[in-house]
Design a protein around this ligand. Structure first.
Ligand SMILES: [Mg+2]
Length: 357
């Protein structure tokens, strides 16, 4: 009889924290004034792994009740896939897509980080790093901003050396031309300009606006022109719009990504590591995208995303989202700072290198 050797997870801790935004924020379909982060720590052999997701604090209880029992005893040096599948099984009747997979994502990120720390290697190498740094784009430009604040934020990213920025549009479309004018003036001609409607338009309006965005302001990326639930609508806009159509931030389980790809709904697949099942789910979604000949863009949570994005060959960029940049700096020591429009994982540190302040 062989005896199991290795390092077993002893304990899981979870907490939620709600942090007010620095100003009221809105996009094409939602308004908010705070963001909740759910943070998981897993402990083994005197080391800790850290994971997180952005969702309602109810996810903390879900993690404690449903997922923690499955995580205790996991041998971290071994393949983490069995734990990922077991957590998915345990969520079946609770609901996997949505908050269930956000909870699972936080735990999976923490387990991968713990594994890398136990092995004493940087996470980027454990995940299979193929590049040293991951390109980012500045993301914010909320519809609630004044033109002055909009211009100041975008120019700030350009001054940091970030050559791509994204603004929200579609809340009150007639106001968007002057916002796009202000954006283009603030960033100059050399910076790529992206827009995100968060599903605010119907198909015909989306196509008409896409033509104007591209022609008048040189926009190259149109995110969620119509609802992400309308796969045929995304495909309709994609076939007619003279720019890239992107979606994927509301894809959770692998089938969600497969459905988007099979429908021909996107030019670039967005994947959120804090929603799609953590690093395990991200690599799975990236493999699906590769099979469809598409690149992957990481949605939000830049500090968790940077490491896995360095392990995806057909990768485009990470969304360097204003709210999450602020929160991740506030809560975590070891957060990566942009350098030349990219985040570069620190290979001198094991795991992802983030520590709770
Ligand atoms: Mg979006």
């Amino acid at each position: 009889m062989s005896v199991a050797t290795g390092t077993a997870v002893e304990q899981l801790e979870v907490f939620a924290k709600t942090i007010p935004t620095d100003a009221p924020e809105s996009d094409g379909t939602l308004e908010w004034d705070s963001t909740t982060i759910v943070v998981v720590q897993v402990h083994a052999g005197g080391l800790s792994g850290l994971g997180y997701t952005y969702t309602h604090d109810a996810a903390a209880r879900l993690i404690e009740d449903k997922l923690a029992p499955a995580v205790r005893g996991v041998m971290v040096e071994r393949d983490l896939s069995p734990a990922w599948h077991e957590m998915g099984d345990l969520l079946r009747n609770v609901g996997r897509p949505g908050m269930g997979f956000m909870a699972l994502s936080a735990v999976d990120i923490a387990l991968w980080d713990l594994k890398a720390r136990v092995l004493g290697v940087p996470l980027v190498d454990l995940l299979g790093g193929v590049r040293d740094e991951a390109a980012i784009y500045g993301s914010g430009g909320f519809t609630s901003y004044s033109l002055e604040r909009l211009a100041e934020q975008l120019a700030g990213w350009v001054a940091q050396g970030i050559p791509r920025v994204k603004i929200k549009i579609g809340r009150s479309p007639d106001d968007d031309p002057e916002r796009l004018d202000a954006a283009r003036v603030a960033i100059g001609d050399e910076t790529a300009l992206f827009v995100d409607a968060n599903g605010a338009f119907d198909r015909e309006d989306a196509v008409a606006w896409a033509e104007r965005y591209a022609r008048e302001w040189g926009v190259t990326w149109f995110e969620e022109p119509v609802s992400s639930a309308d796969l045929a609508g995304l495909r309709y806009v994609r076939r007619r719009a003279p720019l890239d159509v992107a979606a994927g931030e509301y894809a959770y389980v692998p089938a969600d990504f497969r459905n988007l790809l099979d429908a021909g709904a996107v030019d670039c697949l967005q994947v959120d590591v804090t929603r799609c099942g953590g690093y395990t789910g991200f690599l799975h979604a990236a493999a699906l995208a590769e099979q469809h000949g598409l690149e992957v863009s990481a949605h939000c949570a830049p500090q968790a995303s940077a490491h896995v994005c360095c392990a995806v060959p057909h990768f485009r960029h990470i969304e360097y989202f204003h709210d999450h940049v602020r929160i991740e700096r506030m809560l975590f020591g070891g957060a990566l700072e942009p350098d030349g429009g990219a985040l570069r994982p620190d290979r001198s540190r094991p795991g992802h290198g983030l520590v709770l302040r």
